[in-house]
Design a protein around this ligand. Structure first.
Ligand SMILES: [Zn+2]
Length: 393
């Protein structure tokens, strides 16, 4: 009898926890600050309001399933776009966001400020913001920054993996491939940061080099964000954040939005991936000979070797460890979610797309986080920074 009572208790306990995590997730303002769907959309002509299950990590219906209230869409092009092309390409991606919002006025809304964001959330619409991922898209012209702001861009990642003429990237700094002297932020770079502070566009330090990072900390007058960055102490890769950087962001009142990419979450992912690629080298080489880009080759191999690909993914618990680590280091007010969905080839087990965010909430409940703390992690912390950067015109 005692045994049955015990079993009943465990069952009730777990059912209770299951209900409460779903309730918490539904009540929270869930915000993700980095999603690369728009790049895929423009390249492949995908429509966000169509069913893209099995093709992409995100679509409008699955945002609803995942309880996403606010999505910051990344505006991205790589270093092959430069002066005369990068700004135009970025605007093409913005056009595609405007087009989908225009077609779905009852399901999503492009928002420009905190008030509109809260109103969209209240009316159960996906609040859409955008962030430019790579300073090369302003083509060294501050009027382009203005133009982005007017179109609703609310953060700019100062560099992508490529340095600009005014800021060095984590990729270049870690390879000591300094393309500008002095590295870090030069005078124009500091002007960019000040201009962003003045206009109310958040400064994003994901992808920037350490020297640039510390120059930003010295220059900014507003809280900054890392829109999609994880923890170096757990996974020491070139663009994860070291403890002193995490502490500096907390001191600045900013927020670190944890990236889900397996290669940034698990330090053993890359060795496992390389082993997988070695096993399929012949196929890889023949695709490379056809001049297929690296991410397309990975997509192809992953779709053909599903079981092997599954085995490469780290457990979800390791991703939660990154959140935990930041909380233990600086407190619960400086961490959030920037999954990088549709921008990377692999995420931890169970994180197949935007529909899976409730699993994060479930895992946080299981680790003993309070409802209030979960609200902060899922969106409250980012909202605080968003508001602190806002300039009321
Ligand atoms: Zn990125």
């Amino acid at each position: 009898m005692r045994c049955v009572a015990g079993l009943l208790f465990i069952l009730l306990h777990y059912t209770g926890a299951a209900q409460s995590y779903q309730k918490i997730h539904a009540r929270a303002i869930m915000i993700d600050t980095h999603n690369d769907f728009l790049s895929k959309a423009v390249e492949n002509h995908y429509a966000f309001d169509s069913n893209l299950q099995g093709i992409t990590n995100s679509d409008l219906a699955r945002m609803k399933t995942g309880g996403v209230d606010v999505q910051v869409f990344s505006i991205f092009c790589d270093e092959h776009y430069g002066k005369g092309s990068a700004f135009a390409y970025a605007n093409q991606e913005l056009d595609s966001l405007y087009a989908v919002a225009g077609r779905n006025p009852y399901r999503m809304q492009i928002v420009y400020n905190y008030r509109q964001l809260m109103s969209a959330v209240k009316h159960h619409k996906l609040a859409a913001l955008s962030g430019v991922e790579g300073g090369h898209m302003i083509e060294d012209d501050l009027s382009y920054l203005d133009s982005f702001y007017k179109r609703g861009v609310r953060y700019m990642t100062l560099t992508w993996n490529n340095s600009t003429s005014w800021a060095t990237s984590a990729s270049d700094e870690s390879k000591h491939a300094f393309v500008v002297t002095p590295y870090g932020l030069n005078e124009f770079g500091k002007q960019v940061v000040k201009k962003m502070n003045e206009m109310g566009m958040m400064v994003d330090v994901s992808h920037v080099g350490e020297k640039t990072f510390w120059d930003v900390i010295q220059t900014t007058t507003k809280p900054i964000i890392a829109s999609h960055s994880s923890v170096y102490a757990i996974c020491p890769v070139f663009r994860n954040l070291k403890d002193d950087q995490i502490k500096a962001i907390a001191k600045n009142g900013g927020v670190i939005q944890v990236n889900f990419y397996s290669g940034f979450v698990d330090s053993n992912y890359m060795p496992r991936l390389n082993q997988f690629l070695k096993l399929h080298k012949m196929q890889q080489d023949s695709l490379a000979a056809l001049k297929k880009p690296h991410d397309e080759i990975l997509d192809y191999l992953f779709s053909h070797y599903k079981q092997e690909m599954e085995a490469l993914r780290p457990p979800l618990s390791l991703l939660i460890d990154h959140i935990d680590y930041i909380v233990k280091l600086v407190g619960v007010d400086y961490v959030g979610i920037g999954a990088d969905f549709d921008g990377s080839e692999s995420a931890p087990q169970g994180m197949d797309g935007v529909q899976d965010y409730p699993k994060i909430t479930q895992a946080l409940v299981q680790r003993g986080y309070s409802k209030q703390d979960i609200f902060k992690i899922l969106g409250g912390n980012f909202l605080r920074v968003f508001k602190a950067n806002e300039v009321i015109h």
